[in-house]
Design a protein around this ligand. Structure first.
Ligand code: ADP
Ligand code: ASP
Ligand code: MG
Length: 431
């Protein structure tokens, strides 16, 4: 982030002006409410009560909200169904509107219960991004105006997911991007806490929707959360975790439907416990491409992945088979299923240049990952993982590892079986 998004240097306890009745500010908090938390008017009224509780406790509060659940999906559908032309700038204009509705509604709900509040859209703040429409990156946030209002005791209700490009166009931050808006705002405001309210009461050992025995974690390190999120645990957008880690934002995930304590995302240095396996993540929307019999010579992989990058296609796992005859080799990679058609078109367009024999595409893949710092110190985790998947008859198409993660690409029909078996074999229910 640029200097515009830097912290503002603020003592923990500060006196308000006489207009605020000389109350002590206890903390500056960013609260983020996701789609299900603002799905209908009663839910928005309930959110307003949660915001009011923080204000009544003497805190300065900025709130980031998502669109009502289901709204963004509908907007995406309209933007894509209207016709074959895809203009990413207009797509963003359309899909950003969901959050405009919820900020206005929440501001009114707050006013109705006597809390001074106003809404802010991305361009009004301004939350500056680059111009990569539909997955823009935040460059800086000018928090001067919002800070002034917070100091006056007004609640800032900020539209998540959206910003403004250098050319003054509306941008969006990618699906789930309100988490990133909230963390960026918390960093820029030097907030004491960033509370992410959602429909589960914290981060679990795996998605509680497919594994009812999943256990809630009291805490998780930034590194583990980053791996969980990038492996598909959509409870936090990956970029929000990376940003919180970089800017040392105190992040917690909790439910807007209950008062249970949530999960704290913490620095590894603050962990007292021994290293362990903390979770299983999955992502179903994966696809696989194999380029069969490519010439085994320098520059081929660079051409394949360079072409995909030029078309903004993110590739995840990659394997190149050993070339027995030193003449030909196969390259297999995984990517988001939504990008599959585009990737196939790009690679077929350069078939002659690459000289491969065949391109095999499979749209029905899933990635299942085991995550935990235990991998740094305990041998045998990969063996346990592969053995249990083999016992269940699950074929592994691609394997990739990081320091604290092992991921496998499997047929998507086996996703739940794989997640449940791994959750059991690593004893996560009771760990
Ligand atoms: P919001 O609309 O509040 O942003 P999301 O739907 O983006 O909420 O994220 C919350 C969902 O993340 C949960 O409903 C849950 O199904 C899913 N999820 C996936 N993995 C996990 C996990 N390990 N812990 C908690 N929730 C998870
Ligand atoms: N409304 C956006 C989405 O559905 C952003 C978000 O909810 O975080 O992706
Ligand atoms: Mg989300």
């Amino acid at each position: 982030m640029t200097a515009a998004c830097s912290s503002v240097g603020r003592p923990k306890l500060k006196k308000l002006s006489p207009a605020q009745n000389n109350r002590l500010i206890m903390a500056r908090i960013v609260q983020k409410f996701g789609g299900t938390s603002v799905a209908e008017l009663d839910r928005i009224r309930a959110v307003a009560q949660r915001v009011k509780a923080e204000v009544d406790a003497g805190n300065q509060v900025a709130v980031v909200v998502s669109a009502m659940s289901g709204t963004t999906n509908q907007l995406v559908k309209w933007a894509t169904d209207i016709g074959p032309v895809h203009d990413a700038r207009e797509y963003d204009v359309i899909v950003a509107t969901g959050e405009q509705v919820t900020v206005g509604l929440l501001a009114i709900a707050l006013q109705n219960i006597g809390v001074d509040a106003r809404s802010w859209l991305g361009w009004q703040i301004a939350l500056q991004t680059d111009d990569i429409h539909s997955s823009a990156r935040i460059k800086g946030i000018d928090v001067a105006q919002i800070e002034d209002r917070l100091m006056q005791g007004q609640v800032a209700v900020v539209a998540g997911f959206q910003g403004i490009s250098p050319g003054g166009r509306v941008t969006t931050l990618g699906r789930g991007g309100s988490d990133t808006s909230a963390v960026a705002l918390a960093a820029a405001l030097n907030a004491d806490r960033c509370d992410i309210y959602t429909d589960v009461d914290g981060v679990y050992t795996t998605d509680p929707r497919i594994m009812p025995k999943a256990r809630k974690l009291d805490q998780i390190t930034f590194e583990e959360m980053l791996e969980m999120a990038s492996a598909g645990a959509k409870v936090l957008q990956t970029r929000s975790v990376a940003m919180a880690m970089r800017h040392k934002v105190h992040l917690q995930v909790l439910s807007s439907f209950s008062d249970e304590p949530g999960t704290l995302v913490i620095d590894e240095d603050d962990v007292m416990e021994e290293q362990k396996i903390s979770g299983i993540a999955y992502s179903r929307d994966e696809a696989k491409v194999t380029l069969v019999s490519l010439p085994d010579q320098p520059g081929i992989a660079a051409t394949v992945f360079g072409t995909l990058a030029e078309h903004h296609i993110n590739v995840d796992m990659i394997v190149q088979s050993a070339s027995a005859d030193k003449q030909n080799t196969d390259i297999t990679f995984s990517l988001g299923a939504l990008d599959l058609d585009k990737a196939v078109d790009c690679l077929e367009a350069i078939k002659n240049k690459l000289g491969y024999q065949a391109l095999v595409a499979d749209p029905d893949m899933a990635k299942v990952s085991v995550i935990g710092t235990a991998m740094r110190s305990q041998p045998g985790i990969a063996r346990t993982m592969f053995s249990v998947l083999a016992e269940k008859g699950i074929n592994l198409h691609v394997i990739s590892t990081s320091e604290i993660k092992i991921s496998v690409l499997i047929d998507s029909d086996y996703t739940e079986l794989a997640v449940r078996s791994l959750h059991d074999v690593f004893g996560l229910e009771t760990a």
